[in-house]
Design a protein around this ligand. Sequence first.
Ligand code: PMT
Length: 402
Amino acid sequence: MEQRKNVVIGVTGGIAAYKALDIVSKLKKASVNVHVIMTQSAQKFVQPLSFQSLSQNYVVADMFDEPKTWEIEHISLAQKADLFVIVPATANIIGKIANGIADDMLTTTVMATKAPVLIAPAMNTNMYQNPIVQENIRKLEQMGYRFIEPDTGQLACGDVGVGKLPPPEKIVEEILQQLDRKLDLKDKKIIVTAGPTREPIDPVRYITNHSSGKMGYAIAEKAAYRGAEVLLISGPTTLPSPYGVQRIDVNTTMEMYEAVMEKAKWANIIIKAAAVADFRPAVVAENKIKKADADLIIPLTRNPDILKELGNRKAPNTILIGFAAETQDLIENAKKKIQNKNLDFIVANDLTKEGAGFQSDTNIVTIIDKKGHIEHLSKMSKGELAEVILDKAKQLSMEGVE
Ligand code: PMT
């Protein structure tokens, strides 16, 4: 018989606490073993007995209960959890976790767990939008805590705005999805490059491009989520590191080249989503270049082609995936790159299409493999595209590449 998954639900003191009852009940019906921890203020909204009846497990409500629950329970629940969910999560609990405060049963258990933590905030709109709360959320997201975005609507306080707990069905769906998370890339070591490079002209100016890093970061995030060991080599972006991903920051193409070459042998899949500058100023001025009456000509010199070099050195069982950013003759140009750079497949984005390429949250691409198969994909989020690319890479690695 399949072992039942353990979910620990932390309930905090908000009017939406009653909705957590429905969540516990639905999870039980889905054969999940549920343990509930309540904060003191949560108990002002709902009785522990209600959660106990629904979960059929003892509800931890007081740290200093006899028998000494905090000594035994917080460690055992922290270890037992396959997933930790805080629902509803107040600004207070988010602030405490973000700042390492562990002064009750819930916060000490969260701090002791190695399970993924999912947080469903619910509060007044102004509180939710308060920069301190937003900063705490960002901080936790960067550390790998996942958040369920609150809905917008009429709140218990009468205000209309963001901060409403999403319907229990939606939260349960998210929980079940997290529990089922497939770790199908767990034996893979993946290098992803992302973002632009910056080629300095003088101490204040540089040549760059519009890459935001979103495409590469999405691939790194999805790969780590599917269990791969991921090394993200990133040009300058404003994006937080995806959870579980090791990141090396670089600025110039030369720096990216060095970092990629140093680590290339370690990887069995390399995905080059970075938009790399092909040229750099031949000389970097020591001081800021002054305005002059005549035109300024800056001689450029070739940067190494990192992907081409990887293709030259490619081991037979390494999968090498390139991107192509094109404004004309997409298929022709992409096919040439597969050959020149010895790629297994290329993801070609047509930059002339709305919703494709730089900066956007979506992409529209054609995937071409080295055997000449062409697959036109419709517009999708960069996260969805990342999954398609990883599925294809996994498939190739199962077939064994020549
Ligand atoms: O970062 P976003 O805003 O999300 O945008 C995503 C993206 C448009 C940057 C991405 O989807 C993309 O297309 N990346 C590759 C852009 C690019 O540099 O294309 P290219 O056709 O110039 O280069 C082809 C391939 O060679 C790329 O994999 C590139 O990383 C690699 N290359 C290019 C030049 C060079 N000197 N070294 C390289 O390794």
